[in-house]
Write a protein that binds this ligand. Structure first.
Ligand code: SF4
Ligand code: SF4
Length: 158
């Protein structure tokens, strides 16, 4: 989805060290909780030995999507696009970093824009609740509806 325009670095952002689940080897960090290795202002305390999943993760902002001022620590939402899975055109996962951020104008505007391109959007709230938004006119096949139910993902509209 994202085309890098200018190379970006995470800078002072550590949003994914809170929002995302990390599960690798003996180390497990739940989604929505600060990682015990993360120190505000200093970043990852085990940077050289951090889990591969941490090393590999690049949010869409880091890849070049959105404005400079839309870094996830500012918007409190992490955009994370996946092409694989149940949705052939991909899915934009939006991870909430601070309570209520997915209700704010940035998240609502982004959700509408992405839906208008025919791409499904998932809101992953800090509370653990998950909501799926489907482009207007799209109908989900039964196997997808079944998978959503199993994953406790609720269908929603803006
Ligand atoms: S959310 Fe994006 S910009 Fe922020 S630390 Fe993670 S990968 Fe970097
Ligand atoms: S191990 Fe490091 S990079 Fe990974 S979530 Fe924790 S603080 Fe962040």
């Amino acid at each position: 989805m994202a085309t890098p325009v200018t190379p970006r670095t995470c800078g002072g952002c550590i949003a994914c060290c809170k929002a995302l689940e990390v599960f690798e080897g003996n180390f497990r960090k739940a989604a929505g909780e600060w990682c015990p290795h993360c120190a505000v202002g200093r970043g990852c305390g085990i940077y050289r030995d951090r889990p591969l999943v941490c090393e590999a993760f690049r949010c869409e902002w880091l890849k070049g999507w959105g404005g400079e001022n839309e870094r996830p620590d500012r918007t409190k939402v992490i955009p994370d696009f996946h092409k694989e899975g149940l949705f052939l055109d991909g899915i934009l996962q939006m991870w909430e970093v601070a309570e209520g951020a997915l209700e704010r104008p940035f998240a609502r505007r982004t959700t509408r824009e992405v839906l208008s391109r025919g791409i499904v959007v998932a809101h992953l709230r800090l509370s653990g609740k998950k909501f799926l938004f489907v482009p207007p006119g799209d109908a989900l096949p039964d196997e997808v509806l079944k998978a959503l139910k199993e994953e406790r993902i609720e269908l929603a509209i803006l």
